[in-house]
Design a protein around this ligand. Structure first.
Ligand code: A3P
Length: 296
């Protein structure tokens, strides 16, 4: 079997009860012993919560709004995805991270309890982006259809059940958003909501600036808001994942930059599916102080 064949629709295997690809599971000890550096910035998210968007915002801030600098490489080469493992000779996130000079900005989808402990020990700054469950589910469904590096999602009905049961890569959305929420007051974590970012990007980017202890002019701030808007990012080849071959991501099935709107779940869930989802949601999130907006 060729290299590509091994990477496409990869096998999955649990790590501590959380579904991962077998590549990740087989290399878990190496991932767990990853050495964070004190000046690393980590962008942590559940898959499809707005990771790429936050990566572009952070890169623009770090580069003082220099567009050319932010177009130096693809998103995934600018910010190593630490747990993403591929069979050699393909480069894994860890390889990229280990050879990258400081200060690094890293990406992860790991649930908080599975984050390599060196991040806590080194007191790294972490930005967590959370997005409401139904929009995350819709986005993840379409992403899994177009991206052959993750398991096939099956039918829409099957996917709803898999998502509710946490039987998707990186596990339960419910555990993920709560696990990071629970740690936010004990660590340097900025917890950002996708819906807030969409509602008022300028306000949220100002919070990020404060967290990163960065100061920029109003002009640069406006430039960042514009450059990181959905319509601009959709046409930015260094941010929209179109430079990957169609055998890996097939944008004709569903573009990576798909809708970029809170509330798109209404175009997918039937009333009955939505009610059943909400009932299960109340049970899973009971007692949590974490609340989401499902539209803005
Ligand atoms: P949709 O599929 O709902 O459109 P991630 O980067 O974590 O994989 O998340 C991808 C989701 O974020 C996709 O959601 C994508 O369209 C959306 N997204 C990416 N850039 C965005 C932006 N600048 N503004 C709003 N949404 C954005």
């Amino acid at each position: 079997e060729n290299m590509e064949g091994k990477c496409l629709r990869p096998e999955t295997k649990d790590v501590n009860g959380v579904l991962m690809t077998k590549f990740i599971s087989d290399n878990w000890d190496t991932i767990w012993s990853f050495q964070a550096r004190p000046d690393d910035l980590l962008i942590a998210t559940y898959a499809k919560a707005g990771t790429t968007w936050m990566q572009e915002i952070v890169d623009m801030i770090q580069n003082g709004g220099d567009l050319l600098q932010c177009q130096r490489a693809n998103t995934y080469d600018r910010h190593p995805f630490i747990e993403w493992m591929l069979p050699p000779p393909l480069k894994s996130g860890l390889d990229l991270a280990n050879t990258m000079p400081s200060p690094r900005t890293l990406k992860t989808h790991l649930p908080a309890q599975m984050l390599p402990p060196s991040f806590w020990k080194e007191n790294c700054k972490i930005i967590y982006v959370a997005r409401n469950a139904k929009d995350c589910l819709v986005s993840y469904f379409h992403f899994s259809r177009m991206n052959k590096m993750v398991p096939d999602p099956g039918t829409w009905e099957e996917y709803i059940e898999a998502f509710k049961a946490g039987q998707v890569l990186w596990g339960s959305w419910y555990d993920h958003v709560q696990g990071w929420w629970d740690r936010k007051n004990r660590h340097r974590i900025l917890y950002v909501f996708y819906e807030d970012l969409k509602e008022d990007p300028k306000r949220e980017i100002q919070k990020i600036l404060q967290f990163l202890e960065k100061d920029i002019t109003e002009e640069v701030l406006n430039k960042i808001v514009y450059h990181t808007s959905f319509d601009v990012m959709k046409h930015n080849p260094m941010a929209n994942y179109t430079t990957l071959p169609a055998s890996i991501m097939d944008h004709s099935i569903s573009p990576f930059m798909r809708k970029g709107m809170p509330g798109d779940w209404k175009n997918h869930f039937t009333v009955a599916q939505s009610e059943a989802f909400d009932k299960d949601y109340q049970r899973k999130m009971a007692g949590s102080t974490l609340t989401f907006r499902t539209e803005i």
